[in-house]
Design a protein around this ligand. Structure first.
Ligand code: NAD
Length: 466
């Protein structure tokens, strides 16, 4: 195996044997209970906060190097996002760690019943490239808050960010307990041959299946944060200009390379043309001439990804945009109509700045389109009418929902974030992340007095009514 490193406080590690050694080392650190206490968790979270604050310039530069991510977008969607997660964890950690007392039925008293959230042990976070810092570190915040030893495997597709994490974190975090391993599929596969106590994966459905299968050999619980086709339904009663601005903002941030990006729009036929006009106006206002030169619009992660998007574009008529250049990894904000539901554009997750707009006449028709693509990660509905959005929420299952806006369901730390069915297994963010990386342990405690003689045989003719 080549082209990967395990970053630790000493020399870089290069071989499978060294990955095995790392796993043994982390387990021994965990068994010393070094990471379990409140003080260690708090210190590591504060150090992560320091890393984000002190290395801000390097982070902005690394993400720009990886795919020309605009600085403001990096600040909001990566740095600020992570700082908020850390603040929430620090604010609530003591309470999250407290035992939770539950009711003990009268017939089992006297005694106290409670459960505690204990660390899982040694956990692995495998990250995707599209939010390379956020997806490497947000699960890490939860794993640290829950008191685990941790391996972070950033995506090899964003090498500058992966290198920054690998080189930078060891100056801030306890590298005896938290390590960054760089590499691609081969390295991840090697890591997965070892026993972890939880595997957290963000990425494609295809690789998610491989991760689930590898983890099953050790009966390791897995969280899968996957993608899919998240629809945005626009009902005729809505404010079209506001809906269009919000859709354009959510679609073209990160150049559409967002797992909860609106993959396509379903619009009621009566307002189809008005919405198309409003979407074009919004694109002109936000991504008009010069936005590329000003660095206000992200690039595509690789030439291969540009070529994939160029192929997808053939599945519809281009209403606006359509320009692309593989060499400079650029695809213009694009809107398409006349899209066949059987084209790859509507069969694959787009994961780029192409927005198909499809008209529907009845809500049943819209539901049928969405259902044909599996359970989406996000469902977006624009309608002022409760019965309309309740209809769609009732008939379409999804990981999360945002009504009359987009993306915010993932930005609120107190809302559990994750998919359903084909879009994923499990949740994180805020307390739900802490619980994902914890094991609930139930305890019932009694004294040795008084004794209840009725519990012991022989029971004679006594009859219990349970
Ligand atoms: P990917 O599945 O190709 O890669 C994800 C990770 O898996 C990377 O670290 C990669 O090194 C590793 N990997 C790749 N092939 C592997 C293999 N054969 N065996 C073991 N490990 C392997 O995904 P990606 O292209 O990085 O990310 C895009 C996908 O991630 C999209 O589908 C997107 O919707 C999804 N995503 C989901 C979320 C979420 O929170 N639900 C967030 C971001 C991205």
């Amino acid at each position: 195996m080549k082209n990967h490193t395990v970053c630790n406080s000493g020399a870089a590690v290069q071989t499978e044997a060294e990955i095995a050694e790392l796993c043994v080392h982390l387990r021994s650190v965990f068994q010393e209970r070094r990471t379990s206490g409140y003080a260690w968790r708090k210190e590591q979270l504060m150090q992560l906060q320091r890393f984000l604050e002190e290395r801000e310039e390097d982070i902005l530069q690394a993400l720009h190097e990886d795919f020309r991510k605009p600085q403001t977008e990096t600040w909001f969607t990566e740095i600020h996002y992570l700082l908020t997660e850390i603040t929430v964890a620090l604010r609530h950690l003591r309470r999250w760690m407290k035992p939770v007392t539950v009711h003990t039925p009268l017939r089992y008293q006297p005694g106290r019943s409670y459960y505690i959230c204990e660390p899982c042990g040694v956990v692995l976070n495998i990250a995707a490239w599209n939010y390379p810092l956020q997806l490497s570190l947000a699960p890490a915040v939860a794993a640290i808050a829950a008191g685990n030893c941790l391996v972070i495997k950033p995506s090899e597709m964003a090498p500058a960010t992966a290198a920054l994490l690998s080189d930078g974190l060891k100056d801030y975090l306890d590298s005896d307990a938290i390590r960054v391993v760089q590499g691609g599929a081969e390295v991840t596969a090697s890591l997965l041959t070892h026993r972890f106590d939880h595997v957290f994966f963000t990425g494609s459905q295809q690789v998610g299946r491989l991760v689930l299968s590898a983890a099953s050999r050790h009966l390791t619980p897995v969280t899968l944060e996957l993608g899919g086709k998240s629809p945005c339904i626009v009902d005729k009663g809505t404010n079209i200009d506001v809906a269009a601005r919000r859709i354009v903002w959510a679609k073209y941030i990160n150049a559409g390379q967002t797992c909860i990006s609106p993959d396509y729009v379903l619009v009621q036929s009566a307002i189809r043309q008005d919405l198309l006009d409003a979407l074009q106006r919004a694109i002109d206002a936000m991504y008009g001439p010069g936005s590329r030169e000003r660095g206000a619009y992200a690039g595509i992660i690789s030439e291969g990804h540009v070529r994939r998007l160029q192929e997808l574009m053939k599945g519809g008529s281009i209403v606006c945009g359509g320009g692309s250049d593989a060499q400079s990894r650029y695809v213009e904000p694009t809107i398409l109509t006349d899209v066949s539901l059987s084209s790859p554009l509507m069969q694959e997750e787009i994961f780029g700045p192409l927005l198909p707009v499809i008209a529907y006449d009845t809500p049943e028709e819209a539901v049928a389109v969405v259902r044909s693509a599996g359970d989406p990660l996000a469902l977006y509905i624009f309608s002022p009418q409760r019965h309309v959005y309740e209809y769609f929420m009732g008939h379409i299952h999804s990981g999360g929902v945002c009504i009359n806006d987009l993306l915010f369901q993932a930005a609120i730390p107190a809302l559990p974030f994750g998919g359903r069915g084909t879009s994923g297994i499990g949740r994180y963010h805020g307390r739900s992340g802490f619980e994902t990386f914890s094991r609930l342990r139930s305890v019932h405690r009694k004294g040795t007095f008084p004794e209840n003689a009725l519990r012991y045989p022989p029971f004679g003719s006594l009859k219990f009514k349970l």
